[in-house]
Design a protein around this ligand. Structure first.
Ligand SMILES: Cc1cc2nc3c(=O)[nH]c(=O)nc-3n(C[C@H](O)[C@H](O)[C@H](O)COP(=O)(O)O)c2cc1C
Length: 349
């Protein structure tokens, strides 16, 4: 979408309203939510998506891979960008560039628990210093013409659940919305997210609140929306190998009868489609590597997944990939599969 079109649309409906209407948003996932993955999600009902987190240093120091993450494609819209950093000036510089490129919303990552991120004071480490965090948000809000949002955890550690302080700081400095993943940094992805915290944030905030954490099925989405009163949910691991989750959530929320059963043919088609999107974006050779994890996720319900993926590793051409999937189909038959999104452990970032 060009800048003028973005401005036109923004006059009709704001990005935050778009998120609220979407009800289920594709969460930022580093190494996952690239253009091909986002397109798969959009095809299956995703109405609002985020980029992977983009480290501002990568842009400031002109890293080619980081710049690629800022590329826009008119069919991949609406799209918010997520930045990770701890230096307010660098964040402002990169966020301005994002707005020039047509991103309609800038989100600041204050939740990433990865060691390489927090050791530099970024991601969830921002929650340790709400005053500094507030300064960053203030500068961004002042500098940008688009909404600034924040994605947080419940705190750095169980002993200091300072989510309300952090949300208040963001809100009072002009942040437009907050997304909470209610686990501490220390918990990483362990245990259940505590959505009572999401509810408390919602009750204490004037800005919209989005919930992230264990949205693996349409029922999860409906329950969390109902129990917390939040404005929308972010879907992360629930979409891995299961981009259909967005349609399922929409059907559930609108009361439409849905049938989640699929044949292996459907899964095979989805893998091929995802692969072709990947080839268009990453090139054929790179796609065989990039698609490895996605294919593992698409086939996660299969017995002998290790053996199947061993076979996959030998594949070098698209023709071989087609044959590999056809062989698998012959072996598996085309029985109906009840495909419910299920927990996928988070890769170490
Ligand atoms: C592979 C992976 C990469 C992630 N990368 C990001 C990221 O770049 N930025 C971010 O804010 N959260 C990131 N997250 C966290 C998710 O957005 C989400 O908050 C978290 O996974 C909890 O949701 P879930 O239980 O539905 O997966 C990532 C999660 C996973 C599994």
């Amino acid at each position: 979408m060009d800048t003028q079109a973005a401005i036109n649309r923004a006059q009709i409906i704001t990005p935050i309203e778009e998120m609220i209407r979407a009800k289920a948003i594709l969460a930022p996932m580093s190494g996952v939510t690239d253009f091909p993955f986002r397109m798969m999600a959009r095809k299956h009902g995703c109405k609002y998506a985020f980029t992977e987190m983009i480290d501002v240093n990568g842009i400031v120091y002109k890293n080619r891979k980081s710049f690629r993450l800022l590329e826009r494609n008119p069919v991949d819209d609406p799209l918010a960008v997520q930045l990770v950093g701890q230096d307010a000036d660098k964040l402002v510089h990169v966020a301005r560039l994002c707005v020039e490129k047509g991103f309609e919303l800038v989100d600041i990552n204050a939740g990433c628990p990865a060691r390489k991120v927090v050791k530099c004071g970024k991601g969830s480490a921002l929650m340790k210093d709400p005053v500094k965090f507030a300064r960053i948000i203030r500068k961004l809000v002042k500098a940008l013409s688009v909404p600034v949002t924040v994605k947080i955890r419940s705190g750095w550690e169980e002993e200091n659940l300072n989510y309300l302080e952090v949300v208040r700081a963001a809100e009072s400095e002009g942040a437009s919305a907050v997304c909470v993943h209610p686990r501490t940094k220390d918990k990483m992805y362990k245990g259940k997210p505590d959505h009572e915290i999401t509810q408390k944030i919602k009750m204490a905030s004037k800005i919209p609140v989005f919930a992230s954490g264990n949205i693996f099925t349409a029922d999860d989405a409906a329950r969390v929306l109902e129990e917390t009163g939040c404005d929308a949910v972010f879907v992360a691991r629930g979409a891995l190998g299961h981009p259909w989750i967005f349609d399922e959530i929409e059907n559930k929320l609108s009361g439409t009868e849905d049938d989640n059963s699929m044949t292996f043919e459907d899964i095979k088609d989805a893998i091929m489609e995802h692969f072709f999107l990947s080839v268009g974006y990453h090139g054929e050779k790179m796609s065989f590597k990039k698609m490895y994890k996605h294919i593992t996720w698409y086939l996660k319900k299969k017995k002998n997944l290790d053996c199947i993926m061993k076979e996959y590793r030998k594949i070098e051409t698209l023709e071989d990939l087609k044959e590999f999937l056809e062989r698998l189909q012959l072996r598996e038959g085309n029985k109906l599969e009840l495909l419910r999104a299920q927990h996928v452990s988070a890769p170490t970032l």
